[in-house]
Design a protein around this ligand. Structure first.
Ligand code: URA
Length: 432
């Protein structure tokens, strides 16, 4: 096959700071998917994009080309209780202790909105929704499209793995970016996330863009830019899209890991759970429901009444899980004690995430196993008074040899002072 472009010319164009044409973009991603552009050429192009950026038009073209590399799902024919069902999805850019998808999907489905949550596994210090759910005995992440549709119709919510056919160019490119230092680029992150979400075919989407040490975006200005780029990409493709910028300077909730995060999510569904996790779950539910035209719901009251628990149980059961089975527990634990009296003024999300990862809750390479019981439990949050010698954190793992490296990760993570602690609202801003 004669190729219309030469990969080296495309790389040079971006290397020298010019914009790529729509034809160059669609060719290079198609050729990469076919194997006609080599990994080293795509690495060079990704680095050129990382350094030079892409404008709005290029980013939209890049997103379209990644969508076109695979199949598109279609929920427009989904009928529940005799009526066509609205679909709403939520995507988080990734954080530490971020388990909101688990209580959120049943909470929104309770109001008749279908929630197809195609989720991923963890890589690096941020956890993956599927890894968490797989700690439930028997639960299965891989569903066929038919199984997914049937569950959406019968239960209203499904959290499962994205099929390999959805934006395959992104799948390859993301793995390549991961090993070439080219992940933290706004146009590449925005197009990666939005290509999958648009291909998934949801009618509305709420983005949870995390800001702080435990997130890709460390400061508000870059989080705002990422959110704006993604909202524009979604809206341009006909998906009603909003974004909440939310705090990730400290972990969300009190549990970081896999089974411990499922446990905490069930507490939220039962009407309890930590205040910050409840607040974010409710804020995201309100956005998802409003995007589906439902403005009179009270998700905070639904949680207090435990009304979404039946949907959760049905969702877990439909995927082979036993909602009543005891969750796995780590074989070993160690406690980190407070070193002084005072106020906890900082508990760094990134360092806690790294510790949880080193304890075995996360993986270093794709395909590595994770420990269901590993993780970190927090006994205090920023703003709380602490006493010297009292437990601050509990470290959990099946392999005690991992404690030393986890403790190293936590060096500098805990700040105790005279107080008061800086105030970080859970939801910082909304981008529409
Ligand atoms: N999540 C994605 O799916 N892609 C990125 O580039 C970053 C986070």
């Amino acid at each position: 096959m004669t190729e219309p472009f030469d990969a080296v010319d495309v790389i040079r164009t971006k290397r020298d700071g010019a914009a790529l044409s729509p034809a160059q973009i669609s060719w290079v991603l198609d050729a990469y998917t076919r194997g006609a552009v080599a990994e080293e050429q795509m690495s060079a192009l990704a680095m050129a994009i990382f350094l030079r950026g892409m404008d709005r038009e290029e980013t939209a073209g890049w997103t379209r080309a990644m969508i076109d590399s695979g199949e598109r799902m279609d929920f427009s024919g989904l009928v529940r209780s005799g009526a066509r069902s609205a679909t709403a999805d939520k995507h988080s850019t990734g954080g530490v202790g971020d388990k909101t998808t688990l209580p959120l999907a049943p909470l929104v489905a309770l109001h008749g909105v279908a929630v197809p949550q195609l989720s991923g596994r963890g890589l690096g210090h941020t956890g993956g929704t599927l890894d968490k759910l797989e700690s439930i005995p028997g639960w299965r992440a891989e569903l066929s499209t038919e199984e997914m549709m049937a569950q959406l119709r019968d239960v209203g919510a499904v959290i499962c793995a994205a099929g390999a056919g959805l934006a395959p160019a992104d799948r390859r490119l993301y793995a390549l970016r991961d090993v070439t230092g080219t992940v933290e680029s706004i146009p590449l992150i925005a197009s990666s996330i939005m290509s999958k979400k648009i291909a998934e075919g949801t009618r509305s989407l709420v983005l949870d863009v995390k800001v702080g040490s435990g997130a890709f975006m460390k400061d508000l200005a870059s989080a705002r830019e990422l959110a704006r780029t993604m909202v524009d990409l979604g809206t341009g493709a006909g998906v009603r899209t909003t974004a909440l910028l939310t705090d990730m300077s400290t972990p969300l909730g009190l549990a970081v890991g896999n089974a411990v995060e499922v446990q905490e999510s069930v507490e939220v569904l039962a009407g309890g759970g930590p205040a910050d996790l409840v607040e974010l779950t409710v804020a995201l539910a309100q956005e998802m429901l409003a995007a589906s035209g439902i403005r009179d719901a009270d998700p905070a009251q639904d949680l207090r009444d435990g009304r979404a628990m039946d949907v959760w149980r049905a969702m877990v059961t439909a995927q082979g899980g036993d909602p009543d089975a005891p969750l796995p527990r780590a074989r070993e634990s160690e406690t980190v004690l407070a070193e002084a009296d005072g106020v906890l003024t900082g508990l760094d999300a990134y360092r806690v995430g790294l510790a949880s990862w080193r304890l075995g809750a996360g993986r270093a390479r794709r395909g590595d196993p994770v420990q269901a019981g590993a993780g970190v439990l927090l006994h205090a949050k920023p703003g709380d008074a602490v006493l010297a010698g009292r437990p601050l954190l509990t470290l959990l793992t099946d392999e005690p040899a991992r404690f030393a490296r986890a403790r190293e990760a936590l060096e500098g993570a805990v700040v105790i002072g005279p107080g008061p602690a800086p105030v970080h609202p859970v939801v910082l801003e909304t981008v529409r």
